[in-house]
Structure formats: structure tokens, C-alpha cells
Design a protein around this ligand. Sequence first.
Ligand SMILES: [Zn+2]
Length: 404
Amino acid sequence: MTTKRVLLKGAKVFDGTGTPPYPSDLVVENSKIVQVGTSLDADDAVDMSGKTILPGLFDCHVHIMSSGIDLMKHIQTPFSYQFYQAELNLRATLDCGITTVRDASGADLGVQKAVDDGIVAGPRIQISITALSQTGGHGDGWMPSGCQIPHFLSHPGRPAGIVDGPQEARKKVRELARSGANVIKVFTSGGVLSPRDNPRHAHFRDDELEAIVTEATALGMFVMAHAQATDGIKSAIRSGIRSIEHGIFLDDEAIEMMLAKGTWLVPTLVAPRAVIDAAESGLSVPESSVQKAKEVMAIHQESFAKAVSAGVKIAMGTDSGVGTHGTNLDELYLMEQGGMHINEVLRATTSSAAELLGVQHSLGTIEPGKQADFVVVEGTIGPTLKDLKHRIHKVYKDGVCMRG
Ligand SMILES: [Zn+2]
């Protein structure tokens, strides 16, 4: 933690609001940004000429405990190995400039606490622990052979997530709150990686989703929905779920509903590509999953472009864990290709993401009073974000340089 006042001078600042970068200095003291502007002084000064400073980046959809989707490797990996591997995943995420993540299932309270206590280096984590799935849903590990291969085996910190009916759903939300969840994740449609469900089918009925949202709200948590099917997206929006994750089969009505309700979209455009890349590199991925990924990829980009032009609120997420941790910034270029201006992409990765996660009071922008989470990038931003990942110079969390 910084006890002195440190001046970072000579850089341009992208403050997170979407305003293009402008020349500004900032002063950091005791883990916070205390001043932003010109003609500032401090105990120490660091020359940042030729650099651009951005707020610490967010990824609103990662699986820190997942290290790829090779099924054979997955079932042969010793149980506790995931915790050691998570340390590398956290480090890789932090190194690409991401200082806050929302874990979309897998990470439990111990992982969050290990980061908070400084035992391992990593971004701040909001945890959902386990995603709620109906029987036969995206979170059901039943394989056609009759074996059970849950992607995340349950353990004392991570209860199993299969629920059917409002009562079971309500009880599971309470159990997850007890386990330390910050957010509730639910599968309101099938998905790509699970062999026996269909991403075009809606999962859970309205009474079940209402029970989940009511209970989560009462316990001070937002709900995020893996929602790929059009009907699963609409039922999630109707029930008041805060964010649609993936949102592959968005139609005009779904977009209208999102605008009316203020529902967020976390697109994870890199995820289907990661499934195809994994299979093409020879990993053991079920053929049904590869087929599904191929079917959804173009539709996904199209849906996203429609949502962008309609003005749906967007926050950046990648589904890293399906793809490789540390390649998170590849998503930014896909968002740009979907029609977002680079300043809007960066806003979706900073202040908008902070708003989605409910932490905008302390994170997401460069302004006095905020935590000193920021990224120093070589050169200026743009005209494209394609090469941003190669220009990350330093990463600060709480005023401490974590990379560089
Ligand atoms: Zn996911």
C-alpha cells in the first residue's frame, strides 16, 4: 500500500466515462486516487510521458477455476489441482490489465479470500460459486454414457447447483448466500458445452426464476443469466434478472424488452471461437459441442451488432476458462467489429462494468476518491483495440504495481 503521495505525470487519461483520452496527471495516496488534473505535486513523481492511463479493466464473465475444456484431461485431473492452477489463471488475468472479475461459477469463498488477503495475486473477484441449472440443463453433468461429469465438482465451499421447482431454487439461493456468493448465476437456456441440451431451448419456468430473483434481491444480490435461447433470454428479462450472458439468439422483441427493463448484455463473443479452436487443436471436446459452437458463432455476432445499434447496455465478459485466461482482451476487438466505437468498448470494460457489478462508487473510473486500480498502456489508444493486449505496460491495484 502506498503511504506517500505519488504523482503520475505526463500521460493521457481515459477516465472510463467514454470521453476520449485527454492529458492529465493523477496523484495516488493510500491505495486511492486523490487528485486528477494538472499542476499537481506530491512526494514522488513517476514520468508517464507517451503513455495512456485507463481505469483497471473488468471482465464480467470468467471461470477462474476452469483451465480449458478438454474433457479427458478434465476427468483425469486430481481434484485439488484446480486451486493451484487458479493461481496461474488469476495472475494471467491480472497481467492483461484486468483488476476486477465476476466469476460466473467455479470460484468459492476461499479463492476470493486468498486474493483479498494477498496470499495469491489476482483481480478482485465477485463470486457466484455455483450456477443454478434445471435437471438436464447446462449445469447438469449427466453424460450419455450414464456417467456424471460435472464441470465443477461440488465440495464444502461449492454446493451442487441442480434445482427443480421454486422451493428448491429458493433454498439453493439461500445456501449460496451462506457460502459467500456475491451474485447468483442461473442457466435460463441450454448451452454449447453440455452434450444433451439445446441452446435454443428455454430452461426454468417463470415461477422458478421469480423465486430466484426475489430471494437473491432480498439477500442483496444481483442475478446473472446464461441465456442463449430467445425464450430463455425473454424469461430472464421478464423476471428482472440483471444481465444476459452470451445472448446469442436475441430478436427484436428481446432487445426492446432489455431496453425497457434496463437489462445488461455481457456478450462473451470470444467463447464459441474458443470451443472451435480447442477442438481444432486436437483437444477432446464432444462433437455435439463443436457443432453447436459453429452454428451459433455468426448468429452471435449478428445479435450483438443489433443490440449495439439499439443502445442496449453492454459490459465486457469473455467466458475465460472456456478460452485461455490472459487472452481476455481479444474480446475488445470483436466488440469493436460489432459496431462499438473504441471509447464505448473501453467504457463497457470499465465504468459500465463497474455499474453492472454494483461497485461504481469505488471502481471503474479515474477520479478522486476511487480505488487506485489502473492500467498504463504504451502509446495512445486507437484507432483500433486490436493490439491493446501487446501494449499493457503496468497494472496497478489499490495503488500497488502488480505488473511492470
Ligand atoms: Zn460461462
